[in-house]
Each structure stands twice: as C-alpha cells, then as structure tokens.
Design a binder for this molecule. Structure first.
Ligand code: HEC
Ligand code: HEC
Length: 203
C-alpha cells in the first residue's frame, strides 16, 4: 500500500471520527465560553497511571469518580488550548498548530474536541496520557505516536473492511477508538485485563 492515503479517503475516514466526536460533543461549539484552567491532581492508580502491569479492578463507584475527574481535567486542557487559539478555531489545524500529520484540513477548534471527546474519552484518559501539557506539538510520548498508528489502523479497518459489511438501513457502520477501548487505555478482555498471547508453558 502506498504510504500516502488518498485525500478523499482521509477526509471520509476523518469524517467518520468527527461524526462520532460531534454526535457526542455537547460542547463542540469552539466559541462556547471556556472554563477555568486549574487541572485537578491525577488519581493514584487511575487512568493516568500509564503503561504498567495488571491493576486491581475498580468498583463501579470508584470508576465513576475517576471518570468524572478525568473528564474535568480533559475539559480544562481543551479550554486552555481553545483560549490560546481564540479567533482561529475554523482555520485548518495545520495552519494553527505545529505538528499536524493526521488531522490536516480539520478545523483547529474541532481538533481540540476530537482530542477531548474522541481520543481522551474513548481511552478514559486525560491529555497528559499522550502529551506533556502545554507542549502539545512534541512527539515525546510513545502514547501519542501510538495514537497516530491507531488512527491509521481505524482508517484502514473502515475503508477496507467495515465498508464492505452488508447493511440494509442505508447507514455506514464504523469502527472508532471507543469500539475497542471503551474507556480504557488498553482494551480489556473478559478477565478485565489487557489481552496477551503467551507462549504455551514449557516453551
Ligand atoms: C490518545 C492520545 C492523545 C490524547 C489523550 C490527546 N491527544 Fe492531543 N494529539 C494526539 C496526537 C496523535 C496528535 C497529533 C495529530 C496529528 O498528527 O495530526 C495530537 C495533537 C494535539 C495538538 C496539536 C499540537 C501541535 O501544535 O501540533 C493539540 C493542541 C492537542 N493535541 C491537544 C490535546 C488536548 C487539549 C488533549 C486533552 C483534551 C489531548 N490533546 C489529548 C494525541 C492525543
Ligand atoms: C481494533 C481495536 C482498536 C481500535 C479501534 C483502537 N485501538 Fe488503540 N489499542 C488496541 C490494542 C489491542 C492496543 C494494545 C493494548 C495493550 O497493550 O494491551 C491499543 C493500544 C493503544 C494505545 C497505547 C496504550 C498504552 O497504554 O500504551 C493508544 C494510545 C491507543 N491504542 C489509542 C487509540 C486511538 C486514539 C484509537 C482511535 C483512533 C484507537 N486506539 C483505536 C486496539 C484498538
């Protein structure tokens, strides 16, 4: 496959992601008033913990508390960026931001909402999972570069496979980040843990 995705496909696939982000984004108006900037402290053992081994599963109520704190941190990060680009929200992301590879042509304000409600919420993480806060353009965190890979994967899944699934309601089914991650940084299996293939015992 060529290493440059044809523009039309990129737009269609990006649109699929945007449909998700926008359909679920009550705050997607980039001109909406912004909230204060203070970021609450990360929760120990929460989604901010980053890569690591198995963790004890959270109770439902602990998970709800963690998710609402994480969502508040994301909203603050998004508000901070939106304030810094005030007046330029509708310009293409690559003309407003410094290091845009996958979201070329997307309005800058919408990129911020994708970060919050597409990437962040799907993985149950805040901005700091993929970024050093305020150094948004750097590619210094592996999670950020993995997210670009994942985006390319999702485009291919939708373009080459899901688009061929017969559907009779005139709707186009799509895979997005939430399909697999469902609010977890690493998709989990029936045992509540990230899934691994291991060599059989004795090998
Ligand atoms: C799952 C990883 C992930 C999360 C979580 C995430 N981002 Fe990003 N972010 C990325 C990737 C990947 C890019 C690069 C996009 C591209 O190449 O077009 C990016 C790019 C950006 C940029 C453009 C920077 C520049 O100058 O090039 C900003 C601003 C940004 N993110 C803000 C945020 C904010 C605010 C949050 C939290 C609400 C957030 N991000 C959450 C992965 C993430
Ligand atoms: C088809 C299922 C699937 C989809 C769709 C998917 N992912 Fe993933 N993702 C995975 C799997 C599997 C891993 C590896 C998890 C592990 O290490 O246990 C992963 C890992 C990641 C990681 C690294 C997490 C870590 O702890 O290091 C990031 C970041 C990520 N995905 C972001 C995304 C983003 C952003 C999207 C949407 C553009 C996305 N993923 C869509 C299956 C998926």
């Amino acid at each position: 496959m060529s290493d440059r995705v044809p523009a039309a496909i990129a737009v269609v696939s990006a649109a699929a992601i945007l449909v998700y982000a926008c359909a679920t984004a009550p705050t997607s108006n980039p001109n909406a008033p912004v909230r204060p900037v203070t970021l609450p402290a990360p929760i120990p053992g929460g989604a901010q913990g980053g890569p690591g081994g198995p963790r004890a599963p959270l109770t439902d109520s602990a998970r709800r508390v963690r998710d609402s704190v994480t969502a508040a941190r994301r909203d603050s990060g998004a508000a901070m960026v939106l304030r810094s680009i005030a007046g330029r929200e509708t310009q293409p992301a690559e003309s407003v931001f410094k290091n845009i590879k996958i979201f070329k042509g997307i309005p800058a304000g919408r990129l911020v909402n994708i970060m919050n409600l597409g990437f962040g919420r799907s993985l149950g993480v805040s901005c700091g999972f993929c970024h050093v806060i305020d150094k948004w353009d750097l590619d210094d965190k592996e999670e950020k570069t993995t997210a670009r890979l994942m985006f390319a994967m999702v485009q291919t899944i939708n373009k080459d496979y899901i688009s061929k699934v017969p559907n009779d309601r005139g709707e186009q089914p799509v895979v997005n980040c939430f399909t697999c991650h469902r609010g977890n940084p690493r998709p989990i299996g029936p045992d509540g843990q990230p899934q691994r293939v291991r060599a059989p015992a004795g090998e």
